[in-house]
Design a protein around this ligand. Sequence first.
Ligand SMILES: [Zn+2]
Ligand SMILES: [Zn+2]
Length: 345
Amino acid sequence: MKQLVFDGPRQVRWTETPTPVLTAASSALVEPVAVSTCDMDAIALSGVIKFKPGTPLGHEGVCRVIEVGSDVTNVDVDDLVIVPWQISCGRCSRCVRGQNTYCETVPAGSCYGWGPHVQRWGGFLADVIDVPHADAMLVPLPPGMDPTRASGLGDNLVDAWRSVVPALRESPGGRVLIVGGALADGGSIGIYATAFARDAGASEVVFVSAIENHRDLAARLGATAVRDLPDRGELGWFDVMADTSGTAEGLALALASGGPHSTCTCTAGAVHRRSPPTIPMYEMYMNNISLRTGWVNTRSLIEAPLSRLGHSAFDPTDIASVHPFDDAETVFAEPFVKLILTEAR
Ligand SMILES: [Zn+2]
Ligand SMILES: [Zn+2]
């Protein structure tokens, strides 16, 4: 079958690889219908972070079921389904606790489209995708929902939701600060977080980014968009802060802007692997500021953002450009915030 792989900065190519077959009664095979890029894909394609050449691409999308094992009961052939990017079983003690990132049945980091086990699971930009634990993994697409609207629920939309909504529930009507991506490539998580924060009743959403295009997109979704916050507290204190910047400066700004009992969620902790940022522990202690970070538990959290998407005017495709799968090699060669690749219609 055909599979799209990373080949270097601004370069992808279609390769031939063995077609997956059903290997367990609880598995399903699916084919992609709409696949969107993760912010990580955009940054890797820019060359700022490194993917290994040959890495299969695509890990958020809506797919069509083409074959199911004999034990699968929740989905059937031809169903449209959202496929969360991480492999998880739904039954182990971690999955039951909502910590599907740490599913005990697979090695840590088992997911589609990147990570240490990417060659086992492949990416969504392929003819066929193997889904284990299909009853637990696959989320049926609500009737009538456009697959291109829902494709990001496999990863970035749920990441955006968790960066603001759980903390807003602890501070109803609170003020939200979102530190956007520092690069022109990607940046969808912070922009999507703007929409979820407005939808969840934030009294104000301030979106900070040096990237003019990102500020314009966030402003269209209801944010007060600013280039930077010159001094701590100049725009008042915030109850909820989301750092999606991937920089130590962005995290510092988010933490320094927290008011009493505020919560900061960092969605980009992976970038701090080699140079840990300084954390202002004393100020956080005195103001009771919490910091959360980690991989989003996509499967465990997907229901609420999926429901909100079905009931709000927010359309994630507004910040994306949509192209047929066959154009992948061309559209990946240019910078992008978000691409959605789809079946030819
Ligand atoms: Zn991702
Ligand atoms: Zn599990």
